[in-house]
Design a protein around this ligand. Structure first.
Ligand code: ATP
Ligand code: MG
Length: 559
């Protein structure tokens, strides 16, 4: 695991160190990542994963994976599996500490009973709408429920009968008894148990009452011995309730979890809400949760992002207390830097134009040497023969003066090969250029007499006989934003109709032939690509990860 330099300086780490200086958490630091298994993880979760596992690692502590599965109707084992796969792929390990909030349903029930016995919880018969109405507003205090002063015995009896299934969904709830006039709305007798006759993906039909998130979450943390519950800002106003709960259930202040909030990651051109991502999948706007345009971890993986690049991104954005919007170009810059260093270079032609080298023997084939990567070295063979393909846009008939690629009568170097000169342009009946006839300076390849001869342009190519056909998928942002990077409320209206372009007749050099999904390349002069899982031994499919141009790094230098 790479050293995480931002952990050392972030405010959460500072708080941990302060706690330890004050003699708290002497047994060691213990964090957790607590996803609800109701969707696939996204880039925002990656930030939380890197932070929680990173803090544990930095402090020689532990980090649990815990599924917060208190909402039986929305959860699924498909999500449980994908979440584990994504965390492992990011490079983190919970070792043998994978838990579920549902592991604690018995204990949580007992805690609720304990609160009732202490006169700190009551069964309420108000409907959901009434509870809302009685809750008051930010400027007005709430009203006490007429059921608030039921006796402990009556509450115990009713709660047991809720559990036994005597009542229908929504007929009764269990509420904490705190303060209906509290300025903090969460403290106005928060609901802690509800009735839901629903099948749970792990506990089956054992329960028909389920703990609310605000009850299950802090207690699950406490049960697991979590020292620092790191979560996002929206839970700041829930913290007094969590502290109230733990205090009244007898958890020692020196060892019970301390909650620390940080800002969610928001990215330009991107939605990071499982609900919205699910909508994109369910309404068919994308091909699935792992569509390469999705900001899910599985989508980013398929798109060709590397674990190292996502970790680096999470390091670079840092951890702060205030919400902000991060430019998605920064994420792209991170993967570009990783692939620039690590991806092998090859030649691929996306939109082929045939070139015949008329002075090159028809039956000749030679193997030229190309370097794979400027940083890590290595070489491969590239076949050359009389017919090749170049990129359509590397030829221009009426070229401006500054066009240094191929033009009638002009010369260009073929990368790793010869200098060629365009002698004749062949067109079809509609006037489209369909073929170029060129001559090569046969002494101009490496080692030849004119190898050092300079021409202005160098272009990539593939040999016709040996080129491998490929489908190439080019992506643009799934959503279009205004000039400030913000999405409209109705984000479906912001869908970019041109977010996917499929090129089905690209050609790549044969060295890639036996590679399978997940292998990265830089297509020289074109961008970074990865082999897609749709690839079969008969058909190569590539995704473009990012283009070559790094606007983010440029801006950073300027700024
Ligand atoms: P969503 O709004 O996408 O459903 P969530 O917060 O409900 O997200 P959880 O499964 O509860 O999803 O999230 C697990 C953990 O990941 C939580 O601790 C949550 O705070 C954190 N998390 C979720 N989204 C982000 C984000 N955009 N940035 C940072 N952390 C996040
Ligand atoms: Mg949530």
């Amino acid at each position: 695991m790479a050293e995480n330099t931002t952990i050392a300086t972030n405010f959460v780490q500072n708080a941990i160190e302060e706690d330890q200086k004050n003699g708290k958490y002497t047994e060691g630091i213990h964090t957790r990542f607590p996803p609800e298994p109701n969707g696939y993880l996204h880039i925002g979760h990656a930030k939380s994963i890197c932070l929680n596992f990173g803090l544990a690692e930095y402090n020689h502590g532990l980090c649990n994976l815990r599924f917060d599965d208190t909402n039986p109707t929305k959860e699924d084992t498909e999500y449980v599996d994908s979440i584990q796969e994504d965390i492992r792929w990011l490079g983190f390990s919970w070792q043998n500490r994978m838990y579920y909030a549902s592991d604690y349903f018995d204990k949580l029930y007992d805690y609720a009973v304990e609160l009732i016995k202490k006169g700190l919880a009551y069964v309420d018969d108000l409907t959901a709408d009434q509870i809302k109405e009685y809750r008051g507003t930010l400027t007005e205090p709430g009203k006490e429920s007429p059921y608030r002063n039921r006796s402990v015995e009556e509450n115990l009896d009713l709660f047991a009968r809720m559990k036994a299934g005597e009542f229908g969904d929504g007929e009764k709830v269990l509420r904490a008894k705190i303060d209906m006039a509290s300025p903090n709305m969460v403290m106005r007798d928060t609901v802690i148990y509800r009735i839901a006759h629903a099948h749970h993906h792990r506990t089956g039909d054992k329960w028909c009452i389920y703990p609310m998130y605000d009850f299950a979450h802090p207690l699950s943390d406490a049960i697991e011995g979590i020292t620092h519950s790191v979560c996002t800002l929206e839970f700041e106003e829930h913290r007094p309730f969590y502290d109230w709960l733990l205090e009244n259930l007898g958890f020692d202040v020196n060892t019970r979890p301390r909650q620390i909030e940080f800002a969610r990651l928001n990215l330009t051109n991107t939605v990071t809400s499982k609900r919205k991502l699910r909508q994109l999948v369910e309404e068919g706007h994308v091909r699935g949760w792992d569509d390469p345009r999705m900001p899910t971890i599985s989508g980013l993986r398929r798109r060709g992002f590397t674990p190292a690049s996502l970790r680096k991104f999470c390091e670079e954005i840092g951890v702060a207390k205030g919400n902000s919007l991060v430019d998605v170009a920064m994420l792209e810059s991170c993967v570009r830097a990783d692939l620039n260093e690590n991806a092998d270079r090859i030649m691929a032609v996306l939109r082929p134009l045939k070139v015949v080298i008329t002075n090159y023997p028809e039956d000749k084939e030679e193997w030229l040497l190309g370097d794979n990567n400027p940083m890590h070295g290595g070489h491969r063979f590239i076949p050359f023969s009389r017919e090749i393909y170049i990129e359509q846009e590397d030829f221009m008939e009426d070229a401006p003066k500054k066009f240094f690629r191929l033009k009638p009568g002009g010369e260009v170097r073929l990368k790793h090969a010869y200098i060629i000169k365009c002698e004749e342009v062949i067109k079809d009946e509609q006037g489209n250029v369909v073929e170029l006839r060129c001559t090569a300076d046969l002494d101009s390849k490496t080692g030849g007499a004119t190898a050092g001869r300079k021409v202005k342009g160098t272009i990539h190519w593939v040999a016709a006989k040996t080129a491998v056909p490929a489908e190439v998928r080019l992506y643009d942002y799934l959503l279009e934003t205004d000039e400030n990077g913000n999405l409209p409320e109705d984000f479906i209206g912001a869908l970019n109709k041109n977010s996917l372009e499929i090129i089905d007749n690209a050609l790549v050099e044969p060295s890639v032939k036996l590679q399978a999904a997940g292998k990265h390349y830089q297509f020289l002069r074109t961008g970074y690509f990865v082999i897609d899982p749709d690839t079969t031994p008969d058909k190569l499919v590539f995704n473009r990860v990012v283009g070559l141009k790094d606007t983010w790094a440029k801006e950073k230098k300027k700024g």
